[in-house]
Ligand binder design. Sequence first.
Ligand SMILES: Cc1cc2nc3c(=O)[nH]c(=O)nc-3n(C[C@H](O)[C@H](O)[C@H](O)COP(=O)(O)OP(=O)(O)OC[C@H]3O[C@@H](n4cnc5c(N)ncnc54)[C@H](O)[C@@H]3O)c2cc1C
Length: 416
Amino acid sequence: MPFRNDFLDIIISGAGPAGCSASMFLSKNGIKHTLIEKAVFPRDKICGDALSGKVISILKSFDVQTANELSANQELFNPCKGVVFVSPNNTKLSIPFKLEYKAEDKAPGFVSKRINFDNFLFNKTESPFCHRLQNCELTGIEKLENGLKITTTTDKISSTINTKLLIAADGSRSIAAKQLGGILIDKNHYSGGIRTYYSGVKNLHKEGYIELIFLKNYQPGYFWIFPLPNGNANVGAGMLSNEISKQRVDLKKMMIDTIKTHPEISKRFEEAVLEDSIKGWGLPLGSKKRKISGNNFILCGDAASLIDPFTGEGIAPAMISGKIAAEVAKRAIEADNYSSNFLSQYDKELYTKTWNETRLSYMLQKLTRWPWLFNFVVGKAARNPELQKMITSMFDSVDLRKQFTNPMFYLRLLFK
Ligand SMILES: Cc1cc2nc3c(=O)[nH]c(=O)nc-3n(C[C@H](O)[C@H](O)[C@H](O)COP(=O)(O)OP(=O)(O)OC[C@H]3O[C@@H](n4cnc5c(N)ncnc54)[C@H](O)[C@@H]3O)c2cc1C
């Protein structure tokens, strides 16, 4: 294995959004590191493919030009200006991400097949400070007194190396999360998701709005249609894992039934062509705080269970965690301290940035268990432009969004 000795103090495992972000920000600070990835790019990842404004903000903080490349390439990145919520009784509420768009405004979000977006990010990790190894799987970890002994495997041939710091960004099935962090699947804080691609779905939103369709049998969770470039769509469904088990739901079968028999949805799929098989993957939700660092390791992205429990958004949290991991790694190098105590500043900084919003999303996830309440709010808002404006503002402000968890909000709605 062609490892380079002067790049081994920091190793990142996994080159998804979390690992690539950690690598990009380490390189930006001139810090040498090795990035290992078991796949070879371009590689696919099962996902809804929706990139929020937060992704663009992180890219901007890396380099404005990088963020602009997304809006400049509509062949790969479909601009998305808002979201349509559909309540269980089929009322639609369209919410733009911004109160008013000027003609020159770029879309705040995008939908892009992960095979393209992840390849775009991986290309951004190319740097004199990053030694990249693809087809290189992390297969073993052993704790040493002052570091970790890492086993990697390429084409069935294994080698071992020592590192001072492992930034583990190896996704929802992370070995590091299990072996070092002791993080196991908790079905109350984990969702199952499936997705496929279609062409020819009718009535996709002209401004790329993503559609979150909260059907009664998917609670807590939803069926989605997200418009991709060239008139294609990412179609999928996700649901909390303990409900999937309790109700013995076959998510794939339920999604096909929805597409075939739902009075409105089936019409939109009359001429649609399935362009891929239906594939499933897990979503480790951030609705429970975990210890996500320890002696000589930091967990990022899905390895740290950071996905928004209401929307299923995981790309932005993964990138935020990668960026913070790079900042903490820089400090660890300066202090020559990779202890659990020192690295716990990562947990603190990450949760300070994300926890309020995640906790609120967890409350919203719980609210969707009451379909009548969802019907009521969406119904009222669909008829009331003022309320629509207020909900649009709520997208920008976590404090405003908190109103959703205040009973007075619903009482006031009665009189609107
Ligand atoms: C069905 C579904 C729909 C979703 N929809 C959305 C959405 O629309 N928007 C959104 O923001 N989020 C969505 N998510 C969540 C999102 O996909 C994840 O949160 C996000 O990919 C996490 O990024 P990551 O870098 O942590 O992990 P990943 O993207 O999983 O990347 C991990 C990387 O590590 C590599 N790897 C794994 N094991 C090893 C190993 N042992 N050694 C070396 N490399 C390894 C993998 O090959 C991969 O490249 C969805 C998830 C699912 C399952």
